[in-house]
Design a protein around this ligand. Sequence first.
Ligand code: NI
Length: 395
Amino acid sequence: MNPIHEDGQKLLASAERLADSLVAFRRDLHAEPELSLDERETSRKVAEQLTGLGLEVRTGVGGYGVTAGLHGSGPAPVIALRADMDALPVLPFASRRPGVMHACGHDAHTAILLGAARLLTERRERLNGSVRFLFQAAEEINAGAKAMIVDGALDGVAEIYGLHNLPTLSAGKIATRAGALMGSVDRIEIDIEGKGGHGAIPDQCIDPIVAASAIVLSLQTAVSRELSPFAPAVVTVGSLQAGEANNVIPHRARLTGTVRTFAPEVQSGMPERLERLVMRIAEGHRCRAELRYIPQTPVLVNHDDCLVHVESAMDRLLGREQRVQAEPTMAGEDFSVYLQRVPGCLFWLGSGPETGAEQAFGLHHPRFTLNEACLPVGAAALAAIALERLAAGQA
Ligand code: NI
């Protein structure tokens, strides 16, 4: 076990002193969650806090996004730290807004980044460069990062870092992974047109339900027969809508689904594979088909240098024994869009119970809960990453 660095201990102690205010801020956001593209009050509260710290605040960045600049002794480089702020349309058990819940812990991410902003503001003389705090809206619909970039949030940024809480990992621990950490996310929409009629006279109809069924089954072969078994990918048809009555062949059927991959070259080949299968199978069943393939987020690939920096900073802050290797996941995060522009790293922050964390309800579950002990740890973690990257004389 390597000892926690003395600076790390001091930083953690400072973060612990902020714990009550971080918890209060997070609970306020948790009680008043706002959906993607509707983060008006959340954004206002964040901007108010940042203005109170004397930072250079910009609002309306990529929708309700907020950025804040903290300038140390030198102008560059600029290190960006990012949090997302939106909630989900999940039936809540602890919010005052019907049908809206912070089921992914973005309320915690927002409180954590505010905590990091406070810790870094108190230590600005140690920054040989600048820190830009990115409070991003609309992560859950994969729109916020792109909108932030269009509005200049990454201009001049050298590196970007972020975290996501993980309730199946105990609070106090972090998890990192080299290379790809999270999958790409694409959406598919398929319309199939046949010819409706009486269910007893199929010969006078063209049945889009049979064609749709064949398409659902065959789409799986895009993964199982066309990709290497060592190249993970998922095609899930999540909705299939057709017909109203048991004895009527409908005129059309509609499918929607999600496509996940774990390598950019696999993602780039999926539109052609799916288009070929959909069109030819529909044709074989005398139907007309249309596939809309909608790319949403790329594979989240951490940059090696930035990952090494996160790991060494976390070992000094928390101790090596608190860091584990992250499992890969096909869940997506639009932090990947920033990583296509600038080097950076996203890592998991444990937000589960001290013991038996693997039993906790996962992200997006209606009974998702969060161990608030992760708030000061996360604030200290982001602050340590920026402090060490911009350590006066070493940057
Ligand atoms: Ni999330």
